[in-house]
Design a protein around this ligand. Sequence first.
Ligand SMILES: [Zn+2]
Ligand SMILES: [Zn+2]
Length: 385
Amino acid sequence: VNEREPVLPEETGESGEPGSSGEPQLGEQVDFPCPDCGAETTWDPELDALACQYCGHRREVPRSTEEVIERPLEAAGEAARGLGLELRAVRCDECGATVSLERVATASSCVFCGSSNVLARESNRNALRPESLLPLDVGREAVMAGVNRWIRRLWFRPSALKKVVSFEAVGVYVPYWTFDTNAHSDWSADAGHYYWVTETRMVMVNGKLRPRVRQVRHTRWVPAWGQRDDTYDDLLINASRGVPDALAAKLGGFDTSALVPYRPEYLAGWRAEEYQVDLEEGWRVARERVIETQKARCAGDVPGDTYRDLRVSNALDDVRWKHVLLPMWTLSYEFKGKPYSVLVHGQTGKVVGKAPWSWVKIALAILAVPALALLAVLILAVLGG
Ligand SMILES: [Zn+2]
Ligand SMILES: [Zn+2]
């Protein structure tokens, strides 16, 4: 494995803050120091507090009941930028994810794909600040237990896989956009009503022509039109590179009613991916999804048994967005020198991921099918005398 220490980029003229010239002093400054011993405190999802691992000091971070702001699309310029705390970031050349981590932490591999092809850089201070996040609900122990259970339940995997226990789970907040909008759709179509006609046909049977009666389906087309209004609330759009859409879909949805206003404290000790799909692109994806959904809903409104030539025109208004961070755990394990990534839902604990196949077991299973079929035939033959 080509393991190399991430290299910090050369300082550019842009960040002219005092003390930021040259290499940042890693490990000296911490974002949330413990008031008792000065060590780095981290956010503990089970305690809802910043906790110090060294002296046990705790500072409560109550989950705020404040309302989460949702902005209109054109107000992106007014939104806060950056994460509100000093972070470094690591960019993965393999999957393209950029993940922020605390200054005291080091990362030599990508939390998502396990690639060691990572490069350290400053985290993007200009990125839109998350408006809210879902705090992690599933703790480290539950994640490890869940992953072990997941591995044991997989089919056709090498038996040695069950003994792979050396993995370290990393809690990471994954960026999403949410959109709210009202959709008004006008539609027109030809509604098709089925009716049945009895037809008699002459067919050749044993060399003779015989009449054959059958029912034939016909469609009567009638013009139809209508309109409908729908509201969309918290339509989630994946803004991550580390978690591809297909994997995110497998992982399942998130209960956004548990969103709390963002506080930098929640990131203490956790990683956060920077969004790679920007607001504009996010809205484009969301808009397409709304239009698709509206089209399907209008199709359902067309009376009769079928339809053709459906035309839908949509007006979307009162578009509101927010940038949210959703909790996941990532881990990768090695099996016979190859890395495999696993993702755990930070709210439900659901595990999705890759695991090696055992070709021997698959081959045995394939061979077993005809063998079992043969056995069944033999048993039936014996029972049948
Ligand atoms: Zn302490
Ligand atoms: Zn990666």
